[in-house]
Write a protein that binds this ligand. Structure first.
Ligand code: NAD
Length: 236
């Protein structure tokens, strides 16, 4: 912990890159832990249900799964979200690049949050583009329809879909200029998102995760543990 605090003290331009593990302490399961979504039995593998073609062909089944397994409307930010917001407020942290779609960084007060995989808080009609809130989608049954009769689609990046170029470019810009990159709560196996960490050129690379990360292309300080517990120990 001393090592991490020394790095934080020395850093002026920290970027955080995170994934589903950041929100497990808020009660939202990740994908690849033992109690994650990928280790439970469904009619189809989750990556199939969460794909563009499945959304188009079996929209009702997609929405059943989405409401039961992806939406956690009562989840609250945990110690990790809160510490990251405090680091930003203190002028230390410049951006959060997240693979999460749960909006918990913003709920904790973070301002610069780059959502690589979109957000459950944004939903649009595929026909007329009308915006719908999370509640509109979570509280309806079956397929969510717009007033115009069109199908509403959550603004989350499904398998077979590409990332938003502007968000990716901004993330690359922040990561490549950072003096410290903290990677946390991610298996770093979902591409192209995971590849963005390779743009880091700064001094300190820190990984905070429950399990060892895949080999990175440079040395890092690896802290094994729950990210909320670890981040609570950061002194600002
Ligand atoms: P993942 O499930 O592949 O990996 C999660 C990683 O976090 C694992 O290495 C696990 O050991 C670690 N972890 C779990 N709990 C932790 C904790 N409390 N502290 C530290 N480490 C912890 O998730 P991923 O790498 O983000 O990639 C999968 C995809 O999952 C992403 O694209 C993301 O969009 C999606 N997803 C998002 C949410 C969310 O928005 N909360 C939830 C589930 C999945």
């Amino acid at each position: 912990m001393d090592d991490l605090n020394n790095i934080i003290k020395e850093s002026k331009n920290i970027v955080f890159f995170g994934g589903a593990g950041v929100s497990t302490e808020s009660g939202i399961p990740d994908f690849r832990s033992v109690d994650g979504l990928y280790n439970q039995k469904y009619n189809y593998p989750p990556e199939k249900i969460l794909s563009h073609s499945f959304f188009n062909s079996k929209t009702e089944e997609f929405y059943d799964f989405y409401r039961q397994r992806i939406l956690y409307t009562d989840a609250k930010p945990n110690a990790a979200h809160i510490k990251l917001a405090e680091l930003e407020q203190a002028g230390k942290l410049k951006a959060i690049v997240t693979q999460n779609i749960d909006g918990l960084h913003q709920a904790a007060g973070s301002k610069k949050v780059l959502e690589l995989h979109g957000s459950v808080y944004r939903n649009n009609c595929m026909a007329c583009g009308k915006f719908y809130s999370l509640e509109a989608v979570s509280e309806s049954d079956g397929v969510s329809f717009c007033n115009c009769g069109g199908i509403i689609k959550p603004d989350v990046v499904l398998y077979e879909e590409s990332l938003d170029t502007e968000v990716v470019e901004e993330a690359v810009e922040y990561i490549s200029k950072a003096d410290t990159l903290i990677i946390g709560g991610t298996s770093l196996v979902v591409y192209p998102a995971a590849g963005l960490v390779n743009y880091f050129r700064g001094k300190h690379l820190v990984v905070i995760n429950k399990t060892a990360p895949p080999s990175l292309n440079r040395a890092c300080l690896f802290i094994q543990g729950g990210i909320g517990e670890v981040m609570k120990g950061i002194e600002i």
